[in-house]
Design a protein around this ligand. Structure first.
Ligand code: NAP
Length: 291
């Protein structure tokens, strides 16, 4: 793998989070920058919530080109930006920021990251069932709406949160596509789900023996349904194993992670070509998987 070397002209990218030390983005992004032979580096920046404004001012002062924002900054950063994309507005979160002459601008590349592994199937007449109604579910809803998915049904355990979730899309171009249902509606929803997405943390390491749904529920999916888990460790999750046992196409969260990073890198470098495969291999190494 080509190495990064720091010079007096090295350009800075990074990720802010609190905590940030477990982030997999530095390994992915630095592998890509090295592969491209660029004099750039991507660093993890631990930024506590109360230091967000100071960090942004400092980044502007030292000429940081751009950065990712992760928990707890994805919503909190919005008032600090001079402009955010319509997509980030609809999702209500920003994960990618870059410097322009008018200040910091932001968008949400989780949406593109989620969408990329799905491909170009026609989704107009199809139904997506999303398990969970948190931050990641919002990127999934926007991604499927961009793919013109006819019905997007978000399933959660708290009726009040679901009502708020549904209302929050009212001013977006996607309002007419989004419905919500409580968990007990799943047996009726499964037979019409062309895509089933887990956005809950159920099944995440170390609770790897858990799945958000039982085997008999998974078996109700149509034959050609695609099953997608946003969790990337373990791989496969029990949820994806259930799907694979039934011969279904299964997509794990590592592809989303790589693709959201690739989309961010395209913005910072202002170029379409980025080495996605190299990023994917770097992520696999970080996760201890054979690349
Ligand atoms: P979040 O905002 O906390 O949302 C989690 C959702 O899961 C909430 O709706 C929560 O319900 C629900 N949930 C949690 N435990 C549950 C349970 N036992 N039964 C039913 N529902 C449950 O988290 P997030 O940011 O959306 O992240 C969710 C998952 O996506 C995490 O595993 C994260 O690692 C993954 N993710 C992956 C990527 C990627 O690039 N692959 C990107 C973003 C997130 P309540 O609202 O009722 O509590």
């Amino acid at each position: 793998m080509p190495a990064i070397s720091i010079t007096g002209k090295t350009k800075l990218l990074g990720i802010i989070g609190h905590p940030v030390e477990h982030s997999l983005s530095p390994a992915m992004q630095n592998a890509a920058l090295a592969q491209l032979g660029l004099d750039w580096v991507f660093l993890p920046f631990p930024v506590a919530p109360e230091n967000l404004a100071a960090a942004l001012a400092g980044f502007a002062a030292i000429g940081v080109v751009g950065f990712n924002a992760t928990i707890p900054h994805k919503q909190a950063i919005i008032p600090h930006l001079s402009h955010i994309s319509e997509l980030a507005k609809a999702v209500g979160a920003v994960n990618t920021v870059w410097r322009t002459p008018r200040g910091w601008e932001g968008t949400n590349t989780d949406v593109e990251g989620f969408r990329a592994p799905i491909g170009d199937r026609p989704w107009h007449e199809r139904t997506t069932v999303v398990l969970g109604n948190g931050g990641a579910a919002r990127a999934v809803v926007a991604g499927m709406a961009q793919l013109h998915c006819g019905n997007i049904i978000v399933v959660g355990r708290d009726r009040q949160k679901l009502t708020e979730f549904e209302k929050s899309w009212a001013d977006s171009p996607y309002a007419d596509r989004v419905q919500t249902q409580v968990w007990t509606a799943l047996p009726e929803l499964m037979p019409s789900a062309d895509l089933l997405v887990n956005t809950t943390p159920i099944g995440m390491s170390p609770h790897i023996d858990r799945s958000p749904i039982e085997d008999d529920l998974m078996a109700k999916l149509p034959l050609n349904a695609v099953v997608y888990d946003l969790i990337y460790t373990p791989s496969p999750t029990k949820f994806l194993q259930q799907a694979q046992d039934l011969g279904k196409k299964a997509i794990d969260g590592s592809q989303m992670l790589v693709q959201q990073g690739a989309a961010a890198l395209r913005i910072w470098l202002q170029q379409d070509e980025v080495p996605v495969e190299v990023m994917s291999q770097a992520l696999a190494r970080q996760l201890g998987r054979a690349a």
